[in-house]
Write a new protein. Structure first.
Length: 222
């Protein structure tokens, strides 16, 4: 594979991301301009910026992704559904939701299942795709496997490693684990701590289909 081919492959997998609370309107527009220039898969931004990003990306193939229940997942399912519906109405096409970590740790799997199912169904009804953020750094091996099963059962489109706001980000081992245990119709998004071309390529080799990173330009330009 040539360097140009490798860069194009990386770009097509990147969700170009700004989720910092102090991101300005100008920084969101710059993010969108970079996403156009490098043909990234999507921009991933906070809900408040969705409509602005959609206008900035009008006419491009770059998708608008936003987050729901972010970053802790500790809001009611009804609130997450309302967030998702508003985001879709504003122009988002991809929703990254955070599962209720507190319910996982309390072994309240029925609540976790209902949460993933509720948001997934709402997003699909609105014509979008949903990525389920499970925050791997806070979970045991068995919890990760169980979540793979639930995400598959709920018909979600992606399982995603991390928010980038907890104690750790994506690892090759976790990407491999998720790829191994989700069903064939579920893709894997690695996110958190992916800042170099070398790490990005390792994540793709381990089975990631998407990469959430704020370092997209540096990654594709080497």
């Amino acid at each position: 594979m040539t360097s140009l081919d490798e860069s194009a492959k990386l770009a097509s997998a990147i969700d170009h991301t700004i989720l910092k609370p102090d991101a300005t309107y100008e920084s969101i527009l710059t993010l969108c301009e970079e996403a156009r220039q490098y043909s990234f898969a999507a921009v991933c931004i906070l809900p408040l910026h969705v409509e602005r990003a959609r206008r900035a990306l009008d006419g491009s193939q770059v998708q608008v992704c936003t987050v729901v229940g972010f970053p802790l997942g500790a809001t009611h399912t009804e609130s997450k559904i309302a967030e998702a519906r508003r985001a879709l109405a504003d122009g988002a096409t991809e929703i990254d939701m955070v599962v209720p970590i507190t319910s996982i740790k309390s072994e309240d799997w029925s609540t976790v299942h209902a949460d993933i199912r509720g948001v997934t169904d709402a997003v699909h009804h609105g014509g979008g795709i949903v990525k389920v953020i499970i925050e791997t750094c806070l979970l045991t091996y068995d919890e990760k496997v169980h979540l793979c099963e639930l995400v598959t059962k709920c018909g979600s489109d992606f399982i995603k490693t991390s928010t980038g706001f907890s104690t750790g980000g994506a690892t090759v081992d976790d990407v491999t684990l998720l790829r191994t245990h989700v069903g064939p119709n579920v893709r894997v998004k690695a996110s958190g701590g992916i800042r170099s071309r070398e790490v990005a390529l390792k994540m793709l080799a381990a089975g990631a289909d998407r990469l959430g990173t704020s370092s997209g330009v540096a990654i594709v330009t080497g």
